[in-house]
Structure formats: C-alpha cells, structure tokens
Design a protein around this ligand. Structure first.
Ligand SMILES: Cc1cc2nc3c(=O)[nH]c(=O)nc-3n(C[C@H](O)[C@H](O)[C@H](O)COP(=O)(O)OP(=O)(O)OC[C@H]3O[C@@H](n4cnc5c(N)ncnc54)[C@H](O)[C@@H]3O)c2cc1C
Length: 296
C-alpha cells in the first residue's frame, strides 16, 4: 500500500483554499489531521484524488472560543486539545466521554474534531454527541458561509451536505440550559484504537421539582446504520415522563428498533441491536445523573 502521487497545497486563507477546491474539484480534497483521508488514499478506498488542500496554515482555525451562549470549535482543533479545553470540561463532559474513547493518544494529537464530523464514517464517535447537543457546522464557500445542524449534515457513508468546494470552518455548540445532562456510551472490542461496535449519545433536560419531569430528550446512535441514527421515537417516548428505570428500558427497546445494523467483522446485526438497547439505558442514566447534579 503506497500513497498515490498527490500535490499538496497549503493556502493561508479560507478564500484561497476554496478557490483551490473550486479549481480542482472533484480531484481535490480538504486535508486536516489526515488520520482518515491518508489511510483511505493509501488503501484505495478513495480514488481519483490528485490534490490535497491543507488547512494547517490558515490562522484562526485552531482555537476553541466562547461566544456568548455558544462554544465554537475551529476546524484544526485536535481531539486531545478539545478534551483539555476548560470550556469543554465545564459545559460538555459528554464530549470528553466520546473523545477519550477514540483511537489512542498519539492519533488524538493529530486527528481533528471537525475532521471526524466532516469525514462522515458510519462509526463516527462524535456524531451522536454533536446531534444530541444541538451542534451546528459552519460551512464556508470562500465568499459566504452557512450553518447546518449536525442532525441534518449526514447523507450516507462518507456523504454529507458539505459541497465539494466548501470548508467546515467551525463547529458550534450551544451552551446547555439548566438541569440538562448529556452522555456518550460506546462499546468496542479493545481498550484503544478500536472503532465502535455501537455507540449511543443521550441528552435529557429536566424540569426540576419534587418529582423531576423530562422536558426534552434526544438519543442518537452510531455504527448501527449507514449514517448516524436519530432515535426520535425513543426520545419522544420519554418527554413529559418522570425519569425511571422502566421509562429508560422502554426507550432502549424503541431505540433498538430504530437502529438498522449490519453484520460485519466487529459484530452481528443482532449483537449490535442488543448493544443499542443496553447502551441507551446506560447513556440515559448518565445523562440523568449529570442533569441532576447541575447540568451537562
Ligand atoms: C488508528 C486510528 C484509530 C481511529 N479510531 C477512531 C475512533 O475510535 N473513533 C472514530 O470516530 N474515528 C476514529 N478514527 C478515524 C479518525 O481518526 C477520526 O475520524 C478523525 O477525527 C478524523 O480527523 P482528521 O483531522 O484526521 O481528518 P482528515 O483525515 O484530515 O479528513 C477526514 C475527511 O474529512 C474531510 N475534512 C476534514 N476536515 C474538513 C473540513 N474542515 N472541512 C471539510 N472537509 C473536511 C477530508 O477531506 C476527509 O474527507 C481512527 C483513525 C485511526 C487512524
């Protein structure tokens, strides 16, 4: 396996990068950390790519910033950088659950958060979190930008609504409201460097009182369909109810039916369906604990 001959471009502005993509598309791709795309090119999973447009020299993409009621994560922010960031630690412990379950430390030093969403592999560990957190991607075409909700971002395996000449410059996460908790649970076959056999993200927003009521709920699944699954029926069944083991078990059974798993080297469809049921209950329990202990 050899990397094919490729021309590397290192533009210094988003506009320049978009011009290059425009000029050479569909034979040019964006390069962030390269932990996905370079492997895909070497293994021939992607063909016909002659140029890579690196984001590395573009300033302003490597920081995590607090902007009023949201946190913005730049396209060059790595997994390890995000998991150490004080705003992520404060507002999004569920993102840290997901980040620390991924790859191994050296890969996490290179791989970017945005690259995981942009790459849209069916086992993305960050997709469920960004969906339940209500995250958005900011896509720039050089002369304008648009925001897309992550729940609307994925079309299929490695297919997204991001145009061939667009660049995801930031991911935006709204700060969670009061008494809101999130979590991510993943099952993998090894402790490190293992993709999810199944993964579940959950969010619960509570009305706190003598008996808690679930005001809003979201559940999202990974590695159990060609693209992340939003388990809308499971989440809807919880809203207006008091959180209880019975309610969470029912949501788990519904989420299981919303998954569309396949059998592959990591597990059978039946095994994955079982995992969805179990992981949904665990993710909801953790989200509840976080919601009750002050949020996120
Ligand atoms: C050993 C190993 C273990 C791994 N383990 C996991 C794991 O446990 N869980 C998991 O989910 N993933 C895992 N991965 C996959 C990968 O590391 C992650 O998906 C990573 O976050 C991708 O980020 P990157 O910066 O390396 O993306 P790149 O490889 O640079 O890009 C990925 C894709 O997204 C596009 N892209 C990247 N950034 C942008 C942008 N800003 N705008 C538009 N398009 C863009 C690229 O063109 C490419 O198609 C693993 C990979 C390896 C090699």
């Amino acid at each position: 396996m050899r990397l094919p001959d490729i021309v590397l471009h290192e533009p210094e502005t988003i506009a320049e990068a978009c011009d290059l993509l425009n000029e050479y598309c569909p034979r040019a791709r964006v390069l962030a950390g390269g932990t996905d795309i370079l492997v895909d090119l070497k293994q021939g999973r992607i063909t016909g790519v002659e140029r890579l447009v690196s984001l590395k020299r573009i300033s302003g993409l490597d920081s995590i910033d607090e902007t009023g009621d949201a946190i913005r994560i730049g396209a060059l922010v790595t997994l390890n950088q995000a998991s150490r960031d004080r705003n992520i630690v404060k507002y999004f412990p569920a993102l840290i659950d997901a980040l620390e379950s991924m790859a191994a430390y050296p890969v996490r030093n290179i791989a970017t958060v945005a690259g995981n969403i942009a790459g849209a592999v069916p086992s993305s560990d960050l997709a469920p979190f960004f969906i339940v957190a209500g995250g958005e991607a900011v896509l720039s075409s050089g002369d304008g930008e648009r925001s897309v909700r992550i729940e609307d971002y994925f079309l299929g395996p490695r297919q997204t609504v991001c145009g061939e000449c667009e660049i995801m410059t930031h991911l935006v996460l709204p700060k969670p409201g009061p008494a809101t908790g999130m979590s991510y649970h993943k099952f993998m076959l090894r402790e490190a460097n293992a993709l999810a056999v199944a993964g579940v993200g959950a969010m619960l927003a509570l009305k706190v009182g003598p008996a808690d009521t679930i005001l809003e709920s979201r559940v999202a699944l990974t590695a159990v369909a060609p693209k992340p699954v939003i388990a809308r029926d499971a989440a809807a069944r919880l809203e207006g109810k008091s959180p209880s083991p019975e309610a969470f078990e029912e949501a788990g059974r519904i989420a299981r039916c919303e998954a569309k798993p396949i059998t592959d080297i990591r597990g059978t469809d039946e095994y994955r369906a079982n995992l969805v049921e179990v992981l949904t209950v665990r993710a909801l329990n953790d989200a509840l604990e976080r919601a009750r202990s002050g949020g996120a």
